[in-house]
Design a protein around this ligand. Structure first.
Ligand SMILES: Cc1cc2nc3c(=O)[nH]c(=O)nc-3n(C[C@H](O)[C@H](O)[C@H](O)COP(=O)(O)OP(=O)(O)OC[C@H]3O[C@@H](n4cnc5c(N)ncnc54)[C@H](O)[C@@H]3O)c2cc1C
Length: 413
């Protein structure tokens, strides 16, 4: 039986491990941290087949001036980081073209549809139903202007046959009476789910993996070397031999692969969350994306989680509470917040490839080495589908969806 090792046990690594073990491989996960405890821990919980707009879409260039020069809650950046990663930033901006947006939306839709279907099966198998809300995602707009600016995204959704319902002010008020402000319009994605606790979902999938015969080493993988047709994985004090390696180390994948001579065009879009209790019982259901403010909030048993937009800075830079604190001020006008339950904000780093598409497939320079990382803002949603696709490729089967745009060799690495 082929022995496969997966480096990194975030939601992407776990889903890949589950898929491979279900197909009869011997599978080992390696991570110095608890499964699902890094970027996958604190996200907004949106599990969707309809997140098709990449950040570097044609509208980005038009809003660039205001993003750079005006203080806003959706985006913050460090000048030093931008200068030190200028080639990544320029590369990222160069992808902000209509043509790229169109093909990206098409392939992301296919990946997300496959992924949502696979997640639904896993949710059932792992008895995770009580961790799921449906429908799970609502986008809301404060003004007519912000809604009008959204017509481009509606067009992209329509072209890719994504399903949504438009709500007016009255309907939003009726369905979500706890909201203290009036929104002009809302877009409800009825097919989408909300994971109430992303870490519990990771834990459940991980338990299922172990129960199915998988192994886990809670150790850092220092390096991997291809020797005599096999991969030697160097751990802290010992080494292990495997037939195939899958790299699922999220925002750390780049550092890891530079040892093997790869120049991965990956950076990270950091994001924060805070938790609050509420002054009265409230019931929201879906995660709510306040498009004007660029933040997402959701509620479990009167505990609110609010997640921030993007902070572009060094991965290991100190926490900067400014952005999330500004968001909290806005949220206080929307919901009756009481006490802050998180002393300092949680911080995660969304791993982002310059073209905003994940890198899924065979490593261009090595045998039996596979990449599955770079899932940026949508890694919870795309994780399960990416596992299916990697498993198809390892089995040398035709992949369930067209993956040309995800293949690592789309870049010269
Ligand atoms: C604020 C915020 C909100 C978000 N909201 C959503 C959302 O609503 N819906 C959605 O779909 N996505 C969302 N995302 C994105 C999503 O969380 C990420 O895309 C996803 O978690 C990435 O998963 P991953 O497994 O690739 O990375 P990670 O979860 O970071 O896992 C990578 C793992 O690799 C391990 N690792 C690193 N180096 C090594 C090494 N040398 N040896 C062994 N292991 C190693 C790390 O310890 C880690 O556990 C959000 C992200 C943020 C930050």
């Amino acid at each position: 039986m082929k022995k496969i090792v997966i480096i990194g046990s975030g939601i992407v690594g776990i889903c890949t491990a589950v898929e491979l073990i279900n197909r009869g491989f011997s599978v080992t996960l390696i991570d110095p941290n608890e499964p699902g405890s890094q970027t996958s821990y604190g996200n907004a919980g949106v599990l969707t087949d309809s997140s098709l707009m990449i950040i570097n879409n044609p509208q980005l260039l038009r809003s660039l001036f205001s993003l750079i020069f005006k203080r806003n809650t959706s985006f913050r950046y460090s000048k030093l980081f931008v200068f030190s990663r200028l080639s990544w930033v320029i590369n990222f901006l160069m992808f902000s073209k209509k043509k790229h947006m169109e093909i990206a939306a098409k392939v992301l839709r296919e990946l997300q549809v496959l992924s949502l279907k696979t997640h639904k099966k896993l949710i059932k198998k792992t008895n995770s139903n009580n961790n799921i809300e449906a429908p799970g995602w609502l986008k809301v707009f404060k003004t007519q202007l912000s809604y009008e600016n959204y017509t481009y995204e509606l067009d992209v959704l329509d072209k890719n046959k994504a399903k949504y319902t438009i709500l007016n002010t009255k309907q939003i008020k009726k369905q979500f009476p706890d909201l203290q402000i009036e929104y002009y319009k809302g877009i409800l994605f009825k097919n989408s789910l909300r994971v109430k606790s992303p870490i519990e979902l990771s834990k459940n999938y991980f338990k299922y993996f172990i129960k199915s015969g998988g192994s886990f080493y809670k150790e850092i993988c220092e390096d991997i070397k291809f020797i005599n047709g096999h991969w030697t994985v160097l751990l802290n004090e010992n080494k292990k031999i495997f037939d195939e390696v899958v790299i699922c180390a999220g925002p750390w994948s780049k550092d890891f692969l530079s040892n093997l001579g790869y120049k991965i065009p990956l950076a990270w879009e950091r994001g924060y969350h805070h938790h609050f209790s509420t002054k009265k019982d409230i019931d929201l259901g879906p995660a709510i994306h306040d498009v004007d403010g660029g933040f997402v909030y959701s509620c479990n048993k009167n505990e609110i989680r609010v997640t921030s937009g993007v902070e572009l800075t060094f991965r290991e830079a100190a926490i900067n509470e400014e952005q999330i604190n500004d968001i909290v001020q806005k949220l206080k006008t929307i919901l009756p917040l009481k006490n802050k339950l998180t002393k300092t904000p949680w911080l995660g780093s969304r791993p982002t490839i310059a073209d905003s598409l994940p890198m899924i497939g065979k490593a261009p320079k090595h045998k039996n080495l596979w990449f599955n990382f770079g899932h940026n803002h949508i890694g919870l949603s795309t994780s399960a589908g990416s596992g299916v696709v990697i498993a198809d490729m390892i089995e040398n089967k035709k992949t369930s969806i067209n993956i040309d745009l995800f293949l690592p060799d789309r870049f010269i690495l």
